[in-house]
Design a protein around this ligand. Structure first.
Ligand SMILES: *Cc1c(COP(=O)(O)O)cnc(C)c1O
Length: 222
Protein backbone atom coordinates (compact mmCIF):
# COMPACT_ATOMS: atom_id res chain seq x y z
CA UNK A 1 0.00 0.00 0.00
CA UNK A 2 1.35 3.42 -0.89
CA UNK A 3 1.96 5.83 1.96
CA UNK A 4 -0.44 8.41 0.47
CA UNK A 5 -3.21 5.82 0.16
CA UNK A 6 -2.71 4.72 3.75
CA UNK A 7 -2.76 8.28 5.05
CA UNK A 8 -5.86 9.15 3.03
CA UNK A 9 -7.80 6.05 4.04
CA UNK A 10 -6.94 6.58 7.70
CA UNK A 11 -7.96 10.24 7.53
CA UNK A 12 -11.26 9.32 5.83
CA UNK A 13 -12.16 6.76 8.50
CA UNK A 14 -11.15 9.13 11.30
CA UNK A 15 -13.26 11.90 9.77
CA UNK A 16 -16.26 9.59 9.53
CA UNK A 17 -15.85 8.61 13.18
CA UNK A 18 -15.65 12.28 14.18
CA UNK A 19 -18.77 13.08 12.18
CA UNK A 20 -20.75 10.20 13.71
CA UNK A 21 -19.57 11.11 17.21
CA UNK A 22 -20.65 14.70 16.68
CA UNK A 23 -24.11 13.65 15.48
CA UNK A 24 -24.51 11.52 18.60
CA UNK A 25 -23.10 14.17 20.92
CA UNK A 26 -20.27 11.88 21.95
CA UNK A 27 -16.65 12.71 22.69
CA UNK A 28 -14.48 11.45 19.82
CA UNK A 29 -11.74 10.33 22.19
CA UNK A 30 -14.18 7.82 23.70
CA UNK A 31 -13.90 5.84 20.46
CA UNK A 32 -10.91 3.64 19.63
CA UNK A 33 -10.28 2.75 16.01
CA UNK A 34 -8.91 -0.79 15.72
CA UNK A 35 -7.28 -1.29 12.33
CA UNK A 36 -7.96 -4.94 11.49
CA UNK A 37 -4.86 -6.07 9.60
CA UNK A 38 -5.64 -9.79 9.25
CA UNK A 39 -4.28 -11.36 6.02
CA UNK A 40 -2.14 -8.28 5.31
CA UNK A 41 1.64 -8.48 5.50
CA UNK A 42 4.04 -6.19 7.33
CA UNK A 43 4.75 -4.15 4.21
CA UNK A 44 1.05 -3.34 3.90
CA UNK A 45 0.66 -2.52 7.59
CA UNK A 46 3.77 -0.33 7.85
CA UNK A 47 2.33 2.67 5.95
CA UNK A 48 -0.65 2.79 8.30
CA UNK A 49 1.72 2.82 11.28
CA UNK A 50 3.69 5.59 9.56
CA UNK A 51 0.41 7.49 9.13
CA UNK A 52 -0.01 7.42 12.90
CA UNK A 53 -2.27 4.43 13.58
CA UNK A 54 -1.26 2.55 16.74
CA UNK A 55 -4.15 0.16 17.53
CA UNK A 56 -4.43 -2.97 15.40
CA UNK A 57 -6.56 -6.11 15.32
CA UNK A 58 -5.85 -9.64 14.18
CA UNK A 59 -8.10 -12.70 14.17
CA UNK A 60 -5.54 -15.51 14.32
CA UNK A 61 -2.95 -15.99 17.02
CA UNK A 62 -0.43 -17.70 14.78
CA UNK A 63 -0.66 -15.11 12.01
CA UNK A 64 -0.22 -12.31 14.54
CA UNK A 65 2.80 -14.04 16.09
CA UNK A 66 4.38 -14.08 12.65
CA UNK A 67 4.31 -10.36 12.01
CA UNK A 68 3.69 -8.27 15.13
CA UNK A 69 6.77 -8.86 17.28
CA UNK A 70 8.95 -7.26 14.58
CA UNK A 71 6.50 -4.44 13.84
CA UNK A 72 6.26 -3.68 17.54
CA UNK A 73 10.01 -3.61 17.91
CA UNK A 74 10.20 -1.00 15.15
CA UNK A 75 7.46 1.19 16.66
CA UNK A 76 6.87 1.38 20.40
CA UNK A 77 3.33 1.95 21.66
CA UNK A 78 1.46 -0.47 19.39
CA UNK A 79 -1.70 -1.91 20.95
CA UNK A 80 -2.82 -5.28 19.61
CA UNK A 81 -6.37 -6.67 19.84
CA UNK A 82 -7.48 -10.22 19.09
CA UNK A 83 -10.84 -9.84 17.34
CA UNK A 84 -11.56 -13.42 16.27
CA UNK A 85 -12.48 -16.75 17.78
CA UNK A 86 -9.97 -18.14 20.23
CA UNK A 87 -9.36 -21.81 20.95
CA UNK A 88 -8.73 -22.57 24.60
CA UNK A 89 -5.43 -24.27 23.78
CA UNK A 90 -4.14 -20.96 22.36
CA UNK A 91 -5.03 -18.96 25.47
CA UNK A 92 -1.46 -18.75 26.76
CA UNK A 93 -0.12 -17.50 23.45
CA UNK A 94 -2.95 -15.01 23.13
CA UNK A 95 -2.38 -13.63 26.62
CA UNK A 96 1.32 -13.22 25.88
CA UNK A 97 0.79 -11.32 22.62
CA UNK A 98 -2.45 -9.32 22.80
CA UNK A 99 -3.47 -6.29 24.84
CA UNK A 100 -7.17 -7.05 24.44
CA UNK A 101 -9.18 -10.18 23.60
CA UNK A 102 -12.60 -9.67 21.99
CA UNK A 103 -13.81 -13.23 21.48
CA UNK A 104 -14.54 -14.47 25.00
CA UNK A 105 -17.74 -16.43 24.51
CA UNK A 106 -17.82 -19.54 26.70
CA UNK A 107 -16.98 -20.91 30.13
CA UNK A 108 -14.14 -23.13 28.97
CA UNK A 109 -12.40 -20.13 27.42
CA UNK A 110 -12.92 -18.03 30.56
CA UNK A 111 -11.23 -20.79 32.55
CA UNK A 112 -8.35 -21.13 30.09
CA UNK A 113 -7.77 -17.37 29.93
CA UNK A 114 -7.89 -17.00 33.71
CA UNK A 115 -5.29 -19.74 34.08
CA UNK A 116 -3.08 -18.21 31.38
CA UNK A 117 -3.34 -14.72 32.90
CA UNK A 118 -2.45 -15.99 36.38
CA UNK A 119 0.53 -17.85 34.98
CA UNK A 120 1.80 -14.94 32.88
CA UNK A 121 0.85 -12.29 35.44
CA UNK A 122 -0.51 -10.27 32.53
CA UNK A 123 -4.16 -9.32 32.16
CA UNK A 124 -5.34 -8.21 28.69
CA UNK A 125 -8.74 -6.51 28.63
CA UNK A 126 -11.53 -8.90 27.68
CA UNK A 127 -14.69 -8.34 25.66
CA UNK A 128 -17.44 -10.94 25.88
CA UNK A 129 -18.59 -11.80 22.38
CA UNK A 130 -22.37 -11.99 22.11
CA UNK A 131 -24.20 -13.89 19.36
CA UNK A 132 -26.45 -10.88 19.07
CA UNK A 133 -28.73 -12.28 16.36
CA UNK A 134 -28.88 -15.68 18.11
CA UNK A 135 -27.73 -17.25 14.84
CA UNK A 136 -27.01 -20.98 14.76
CA UNK A 137 -23.38 -21.79 13.80
CA UNK A 138 -22.16 -18.37 14.83
CA UNK A 139 -19.61 -17.66 17.53
CA UNK A 140 -20.58 -15.73 20.59
CA UNK A 141 -22.46 -16.33 23.78
CA UNK A 142 -26.28 -16.53 23.44
CA UNK A 143 -27.92 -13.26 24.50
CA UNK A 144 -29.73 -14.96 27.38
CA UNK A 145 -26.46 -16.37 28.77
CA UNK A 146 -24.55 -13.07 28.95
CA UNK A 147 -25.20 -12.41 32.66
CA UNK A 148 -24.01 -15.91 33.64
CA UNK A 149 -20.88 -15.73 31.48
CA UNK A 150 -20.09 -12.28 32.82
CA UNK A 151 -20.44 -13.51 36.39
CA UNK A 152 -18.03 -16.35 35.62
CA UNK A 153 -15.54 -14.00 33.98
CA UNK A 154 -15.65 -11.61 36.93
CA UNK A 155 -15.31 -14.44 39.43
CA UNK A 156 -12.25 -15.64 37.49
CA UNK A 157 -10.72 -12.15 37.71
CA UNK A 158 -10.78 -11.47 33.97
CA UNK A 159 -10.67 -7.72 33.37
CA UNK A 160 -13.96 -7.47 31.45
CA UNK A 161 -14.00 -4.25 29.43
CA UNK A 162 -17.30 -4.75 27.65
CA UNK A 163 -19.30 -6.63 25.04
CA UNK A 164 -18.52 -7.37 21.40
CA UNK A 165 -20.70 -8.45 18.50
CA UNK A 166 -20.83 -9.11 14.77
CA UNK A 167 -24.46 -8.57 13.66
CA UNK A 168 -26.12 -10.98 11.20
CA UNK A 169 -24.92 -10.49 7.62
CA UNK A 170 -27.27 -8.82 5.19
CA UNK A 171 -29.52 -7.23 7.79
CA UNK A 172 -29.54 -3.68 9.05
CA UNK A 173 -27.01 -3.58 11.88
CA UNK A 174 -28.48 -0.74 13.93
CA UNK A 175 -31.05 -2.77 15.93
CA UNK A 176 -28.33 -5.26 16.90
CA UNK A 177 -25.93 -2.51 17.96
CA UNK A 178 -28.72 -0.98 20.04
CA UNK A 179 -29.40 -4.34 21.67
CA UNK A 180 -25.71 -4.84 22.51
CA UNK A 181 -25.61 -1.36 24.04
CA UNK A 182 -28.68 -2.14 26.13
CA UNK A 183 -27.19 -5.44 27.35
CA UNK A 184 -23.93 -3.73 28.29
CA UNK A 185 -25.81 -1.01 30.16
CA UNK A 186 -27.83 -3.60 32.10
CA UNK A 187 -24.60 -5.31 33.12
CA UNK A 188 -22.77 -2.12 34.06
CA UNK A 189 -20.21 -2.47 31.28
CA UNK A 190 -18.80 0.57 29.47
CA UNK A 191 -17.05 -1.03 26.51
CA UNK A 192 -18.84 -1.76 23.23
CA UNK A 193 -16.80 -3.38 20.46
CA UNK A 194 -19.04 -3.09 17.43
CA UNK A 195 -18.95 -1.76 13.89
CA UNK A 196 -16.87 -2.83 10.88
CA UNK A 197 -16.07 -1.16 7.55
CA UNK A 198 -19.67 -1.17 6.33
CA UNK A 199 -21.33 0.05 9.51
CA UNK A 200 -18.86 1.66 11.91
CA UNK A 201 -20.49 5.08 11.71
CA UNK A 202 -23.84 3.61 12.73
CA UNK A 203 -22.06 1.78 15.55
CA UNK A 204 -20.50 5.03 16.77
CA UNK A 205 -23.86 6.80 16.86
CA UNK A 206 -25.17 3.87 18.97
CA UNK A 207 -22.35 3.98 21.49
CA UNK A 208 -19.44 1.93 20.13
CA UNK A 209 -16.24 2.48 22.12
CA UNK A 210 -14.19 0.25 19.79
CA UNK A 211 -14.77 -0.03 16.05
CA UNK A 212 -12.99 -2.81 14.15
CA UNK A 213 -12.22 -1.61 10.64
CA UNK A 214 -10.28 -3.63 8.06
CA UNK A 215 -11.31 -3.18 4.43
CA UNK A 216 -11.88 0.57 4.62
CA UNK A 217 -8.26 1.00 5.74
CA UNK A 218 -6.40 -1.75 3.88
CA UNK A 219 -8.58 -2.46 0.85
CA UNK A 220 -10.04 -5.85 -0.02
CA UNK A 221 -8.55 -8.99 1.46
CA UNK A 222 -7.22 -11.61 -0.96
C1 LIG B 1 -12.30 -9.04 9.67
C2 LIG B 1 -13.01 -8.54 10.86
C3 LIG B 1 -13.33 -7.18 11.00
C4 LIG B 1 -13.03 -6.14 9.92
O1 LIG B 1 -13.93 -6.32 8.86
P1 LIG B 1 -14.00 -5.26 7.64
O2 LIG B 1 -15.36 -5.51 7.06
O3 LIG B 1 -12.90 -5.62 6.71
O4 LIG B 1 -13.86 -3.91 8.20
C5 LIG B 1 -13.96 -6.78 12.16
N1 LIG B 1 -14.27 -7.64 13.13
C6 LIG B 1 -13.98 -8.96 13.04
C7 LIG B 1 -14.36 -9.87 14.16
C8 LIG B 1 -13.36 -9.45 11.92
O5 LIG B 1 -13.09 -10.76 11.83
Amino acid sequence: MLQDDASQRLAAVQTAILRAAKIAGRKPDAITLIAVSKTHDAATIQPLIAAGQRVFGENRVQEAQGKWPQLREATPGIELHLVGQLQSNKAEEAVALFDAIHGVDRSSLVTALAKAMDKADRRPACFLQVNIGDEPQKGGCPVADVPALLAEARAANLPVAGLMCVPPAGLEAAPYFALLAKLAGEQGLDGLSMGMSSDFETAVTLGATHVRVGTALFGDRA
